[in-house]
Write a protein that binds this ligand. Structure first.
Ligand SMILES: CC(C)(COP(=O)(O)OP(=O)(O)OC[C@H]1O[C@@H](n2cnc3c(N)ncnc32)[C@H](O)[C@@H]1OP(=O)(O)O)[C@@H](O)C(=O)NCCC(=O)NCCS
Length: 149
Protein backbone atom coordinates (compact mmCIF):
# COMPACT_ATOMS: atom_id res chain seq x y z
CA UNK A 1 0.00 0.00 0.00
CA UNK A 2 1.30 3.45 -0.83
CA UNK A 3 1.57 6.22 1.74
CA UNK A 4 -1.29 8.68 1.83
CA UNK A 5 -3.84 5.97 1.05
CA UNK A 6 -7.37 7.37 1.25
CA UNK A 7 -8.68 4.78 3.73
CA UNK A 8 -7.72 1.60 5.51
CA UNK A 9 -9.65 -0.62 3.12
CA UNK A 10 -7.91 0.60 -0.01
CA UNK A 11 -5.16 -1.51 -1.48
CA UNK A 12 -2.89 -0.80 -4.38
CA UNK A 13 -1.72 -3.52 -6.67
CA UNK A 14 0.42 -3.45 -9.76
CA UNK A 15 0.81 -5.70 -12.71
CA UNK A 16 -1.40 -8.24 -14.42
CA UNK A 17 -4.18 -9.39 -12.14
CA UNK A 18 -7.36 -11.06 -13.22
CA UNK A 19 -8.98 -10.62 -16.60
CA UNK A 20 -8.67 -7.30 -18.40
CA UNK A 21 -12.45 -7.02 -18.12
CA UNK A 22 -11.87 -6.07 -14.47
CA UNK A 23 -10.13 -2.86 -15.40
CA UNK A 24 -12.38 -2.21 -18.35
CA UNK A 25 -15.41 -2.49 -16.07
CA UNK A 26 -14.12 0.36 -13.95
CA UNK A 27 -13.16 2.44 -16.97
CA UNK A 28 -16.61 1.82 -18.40
CA UNK A 29 -18.27 2.79 -15.13
CA UNK A 30 -16.41 6.07 -15.24
CA UNK A 31 -18.64 6.92 -18.22
CA UNK A 32 -16.97 10.09 -19.37
CA UNK A 33 -13.40 10.80 -20.36
CA UNK A 34 -12.44 7.21 -21.04
CA UNK A 35 -13.33 4.98 -23.93
CA UNK A 36 -14.07 1.43 -22.95
CA UNK A 37 -14.46 -1.90 -24.66
CA UNK A 38 -12.95 -1.67 -28.08
CA UNK A 39 -9.32 -1.36 -26.96
CA UNK A 40 -9.28 -4.35 -24.60
CA UNK A 41 -6.70 -6.31 -26.57
CA UNK A 42 -4.44 -3.26 -26.94
CA UNK A 43 -4.52 -2.83 -23.18
CA UNK A 44 -3.60 -6.45 -22.62
CA UNK A 45 -0.53 -5.79 -24.78
CA UNK A 46 0.35 -2.65 -22.82
CA UNK A 47 -0.02 -4.42 -19.50
CA UNK A 48 2.27 -7.18 -20.67
CA UNK A 49 4.88 -4.56 -21.63
CA UNK A 50 4.75 -2.35 -18.52
CA UNK A 51 3.10 -4.52 -15.86
CA UNK A 52 4.48 -2.44 -12.97
CA UNK A 53 2.78 0.65 -14.43
CA UNK A 54 -0.72 -0.82 -14.34
CA UNK A 55 -2.28 0.09 -10.98
CA UNK A 56 -5.59 -0.91 -9.47
CA UNK A 57 -7.13 0.50 -6.27
CA UNK A 58 -9.52 -1.65 -4.30
CA UNK A 59 -11.95 -0.96 -1.47
CA UNK A 60 -13.54 -3.90 0.34
CA UNK A 61 -12.23 -6.19 -2.45
CA UNK A 62 -13.98 -4.21 -5.20
CA UNK A 63 -11.96 -2.46 -7.88
CA UNK A 64 -12.69 1.25 -7.59
CA UNK A 65 -10.02 2.83 -9.76
CA UNK A 66 -7.44 2.04 -12.41
CA UNK A 67 -4.60 3.81 -14.15
CA UNK A 68 -2.13 2.64 -16.76
CA UNK A 69 1.26 4.04 -17.64
CA UNK A 70 3.80 3.41 -20.35
CA UNK A 71 7.42 4.54 -20.59
CA UNK A 72 9.00 4.86 -24.03
CA UNK A 73 12.50 5.55 -22.66
CA UNK A 74 12.09 9.32 -23.00
CA UNK A 75 8.63 10.19 -21.68
CA UNK A 76 6.16 8.52 -19.42
CA UNK A 77 2.53 8.45 -20.56
CA UNK A 78 -0.48 8.18 -18.30
CA UNK A 79 -3.47 6.46 -19.84
CA UNK A 80 -7.01 5.61 -18.88
CA UNK A 81 -7.22 6.92 -15.35
CA UNK A 82 -10.71 6.22 -14.04
CA UNK A 83 -12.34 6.21 -10.61
CA UNK A 84 -15.75 4.67 -10.09
CA UNK A 85 -18.28 7.50 -9.75
CA UNK A 86 -19.27 6.38 -6.23
CA UNK A 87 -15.70 6.81 -5.01
CA UNK A 88 -14.71 10.16 -6.49
CA UNK A 89 -13.43 13.21 -4.57
CA UNK A 90 -11.84 11.00 -1.92
CA UNK A 91 -8.30 11.47 -3.13
CA UNK A 92 -8.09 8.05 -4.83
CA UNK A 93 -6.99 9.29 -8.26
CA UNK A 94 -4.44 11.62 -6.72
CA UNK A 95 -3.09 8.74 -4.68
CA UNK A 96 -2.85 6.42 -7.72
CA UNK A 97 -1.14 9.06 -9.85
CA UNK A 98 1.32 9.83 -7.04
CA UNK A 99 2.23 6.14 -6.87
CA UNK A 100 2.55 5.94 -10.66
CA UNK A 101 4.83 9.01 -10.66
CA UNK A 102 7.07 7.28 -8.09
CA UNK A 103 7.28 4.26 -10.36
CA UNK A 104 8.15 6.43 -13.37
CA UNK A 105 10.84 8.13 -11.25
CA UNK A 106 12.36 4.80 -10.31
CA UNK A 107 12.62 4.00 -14.05
CA UNK A 108 14.57 7.24 -14.61
CA UNK A 109 11.68 8.89 -16.42
CA UNK A 110 12.19 12.71 -16.46
CA UNK A 111 8.72 13.88 -17.65
CA UNK A 112 5.20 12.55 -17.83
CA UNK A 113 2.62 13.39 -20.50
CA UNK A 114 -1.06 12.62 -20.91
CA UNK A 115 -3.99 13.56 -23.10
CA UNK A 116 -7.27 15.04 -21.88
CA UNK A 117 -10.30 15.69 -24.06
CA UNK A 118 -10.94 19.48 -24.12
CA UNK A 119 -14.55 19.02 -22.93
CA UNK A 120 -13.49 16.93 -19.92
CA UNK A 121 -13.52 19.81 -17.44
CA UNK A 122 -13.35 17.57 -14.36
CA UNK A 123 -10.36 15.79 -15.85
CA UNK A 124 -8.63 19.06 -16.72
CA UNK A 125 -9.19 20.43 -13.22
CA UNK A 126 -7.96 17.21 -11.67
CA UNK A 127 -4.74 17.22 -13.72
CA UNK A 128 -4.12 20.91 -13.10
CA UNK A 129 -4.59 20.34 -9.35
CA UNK A 130 -1.78 17.79 -9.59
CA UNK A 131 0.50 20.17 -11.52
CA UNK A 132 -0.10 18.89 -15.07
CA UNK A 133 -0.35 21.94 -17.33
CA UNK A 134 -1.51 22.15 -20.96
CA UNK A 135 1.13 22.43 -23.69
CA UNK A 136 0.72 24.08 -27.11
CA UNK A 137 1.70 20.86 -28.93
CA UNK A 138 -0.80 19.65 -31.51
CA UNK A 139 -1.81 16.03 -31.42
CA UNK A 140 -1.49 14.38 -34.86
CA UNK A 141 -2.97 10.98 -35.56
CA UNK A 142 -3.38 8.55 -38.44
CA UNK A 143 -5.24 5.24 -38.41
CA UNK A 144 -3.13 2.37 -39.76
CA UNK A 145 -4.67 -0.35 -41.82
CA UNK A 146 -3.55 -3.76 -40.66
CA UNK A 147 -1.71 -5.88 -43.21
CA UNK A 148 -3.74 -8.84 -44.39
CA UNK A 149 -1.98 -12.21 -44.50
C1 LIG B 1 -10.93 12.81 -13.05
C2 LIG B 1 -11.05 11.68 -11.99
C3 LIG B 1 -10.04 10.59 -12.35
C4 LIG B 1 -10.72 12.29 -10.60
O1 LIG B 1 -10.75 11.22 -9.64
P1 LIG B 1 -10.94 11.51 -8.08
O2 LIG B 1 -10.52 10.31 -7.32
O3 LIG B 1 -12.31 12.03 -7.84
O4 LIG B 1 -9.90 12.71 -7.85
P2 LIG B 1 -9.28 13.18 -6.46
O5 LIG B 1 -10.28 12.95 -5.37
O6 LIG B 1 -7.93 12.57 -6.28
O7 LIG B 1 -9.15 14.76 -6.72
C5 LIG B 1 -7.96 15.49 -6.44
C6 LIG B 1 -8.22 16.96 -6.78
O8 LIG B 1 -8.49 17.11 -8.20
C7 LIG B 1 -9.49 18.13 -8.39
N1 LIG B 1 -10.72 17.52 -8.90
C8 LIG B 1 -11.04 16.20 -8.98
N2 LIG B 1 -12.26 16.03 -9.54
C9 LIG B 1 -12.73 17.28 -9.81
C10 LIG B 1 -13.94 17.76 -10.36
N3 LIG B 1 -14.93 16.92 -10.77
N4 LIG B 1 -14.11 19.09 -10.49
C11 LIG B 1 -13.14 19.96 -10.08
N5 LIG B 1 -11.96 19.56 -9.53
C12 LIG B 1 -11.76 18.23 -9.40
C13 LIG B 1 -9.73 18.73 -7.01
O9 LIG B 1 -8.78 19.77 -6.81
C14 LIG B 1 -9.43 17.57 -6.10
O10 LIG B 1 -9.10 17.94 -4.77
P3 LIG B 1 -10.31 18.25 -3.72
O11 LIG B 1 -11.29 17.09 -3.81
O12 LIG B 1 -9.58 18.32 -2.41
O13 LIG B 1 -10.94 19.54 -4.17
C15 LIG B 1 -12.49 11.11 -11.95
O14 LIG B 1 -13.43 12.17 -11.87
C16 LIG B 1 -12.86 10.23 -13.14
O15 LIG B 1 -12.66 9.01 -13.13
N6 LIG B 1 -13.40 10.87 -14.21
C17 LIG B 1 -13.81 10.15 -15.42
C18 LIG B 1 -12.61 9.60 -16.17
C19 LIG B 1 -11.63 10.70 -16.53
O16 LIG B 1 -12.01 11.82 -16.89
N7 LIG B 1 -10.34 10.35 -16.44
C20 LIG B 1 -9.28 11.25 -16.80
C21 LIG B 1 -9.07 11.12 -18.25
S1 LIG B 1 -7.72 12.13 -18.79
Amino acid sequence: MGSGAPDQESALEAGPRGPSSLAIAVAGAAEEGVESGKTDSAEDTRRARDPELFLVAEAYSDVVAVVMGTYDGRRGWILRLAVHPAHRRQGIAGWLVHELENRFRSLGCPRVNLLVMPDNLAGLRFWQALGYLPLPDVLCSKPLQQATT
